[in-house]
Design a protein around this ligand. Structure first.
Ligand SMILES: [Zn+2]
Length: 273
């Protein structure tokens, strides 16, 4: 969707027809990723606390009963997880609201930085043609996608907790063994939370770069890596290559920079005057 033409504005400002210029990329902000991860961590920490306070004591009680009356088999029951289920829904809402706020702020910041980049690289003031509403639909979709991921993360953790309790109960394991299994599950959830925060913030920034560039009539870009030791071999080979927006790249599934999982590469828009 073309909203205005950077090339036309550039020519009006004295750029010679047929010349080219690169737009400095708007980078993802590490602080945004950290805040996102922190929101997920507090959700997971509350679930861990609830497990310690309401589920483990029931398990302990069950073991004591079994010991007192070996003939009676009392096992873990689905209602042990009612409280954490209710709490989880409230926690998902809190984490999603925080992420909603982070994405909105990052959207505003991206708009500011994109305008500053055009001013710095091309000497063009695009304040009058760039509107925050131009990314509103996208930001809304991104928030929906992130809410779904956060719900999925908490849902998966609850299933893992339940599974751990049932497995240990059936095996007649001690509370200590149960705790150890649960610690492993919380570790898995925490690593996944970190990956979601990094991946989603990277994708959000990458999407906004594409949207802002195509709205300005920029049809091609140069693939640019972060030029450090963490760049994967496949992307190192793409550094400096020019692609058209929408064209398949040499990356995983032909994706543009910043879209493959954990990719920190970025698209430098090419303005052709
Ligand atoms: Zn990359």
């Amino acid at each position: 969707m073309l909203h205005y033409s950077l090339a036309k504005l550039g020519r009006a400002a004295g750029r010679a027809k047929g010349t080219k210029a690169e737009l400095p990329p708007v980078q993802a902000r590490l602080a945004g990723e950290k805040e996102y991860y922190a929101a997920l961590r507090s959700m997971l920490a509350e679930m861990a606390r609830e497990t310690r306070e309401s589920i483990i004591p029931l398990y302990q009680l069950e073991i004591e009963r079994k010991r007192a009356q070996p003939a009676v088999t009392v096992d873990a029951e689905p209602n042990w997880f009612n409280r954490i289920g209710l709490l989880r829904m409230a926690l998902v809402r809190i984490a999603s609201n925080t992420v909603d706020r982070i994405l909105n702020l990052e959207g505003l910041r991206h708009t500011e930085n994109f305008m500053a980049a055009a001013k710095r690289a091309l000497g063009i003031d695009i304040r009058a043609v760039v509107r925050q509403e131009d990314i509103e639909d996208y930001v809304r979709e991104a928030i929906a996608r992130n809410t779904s991921l956060i719900t999925g993360l908490s849902d998966d953790l609850q299933k893992r907790i339940e599974q751990a309790v049932y497995d240990n109960s059936i095996a007649g394991n001690s509370v200590k063994t149960l705790r150890k299994t649960l610690m492993d599950q919380f570790g898995i959830a925490d690593r996944r939370a970190k990956l979601i925060a990094r991946d989603q913030m990277g994708k959000f920034n990458s999407d906004l770069n594409r949207i802002r560039q195509t709205q300005a009539g920029v049809t091609s870009y140069v693939w640019s890596t972060s030029h450090d030791e963490r760049v994967r071999e496949r992307h190192r080979k793409l550094d400096g290559k020019t692609y058209k927006w929408g064209e398949a790249t040499g990356a995983e599934q032909g994706l543009p920079p910043g879209q493959p999982v954990q990719c920190r590469c970025i698209a430098r828009g090419v303005v052709e005057f």
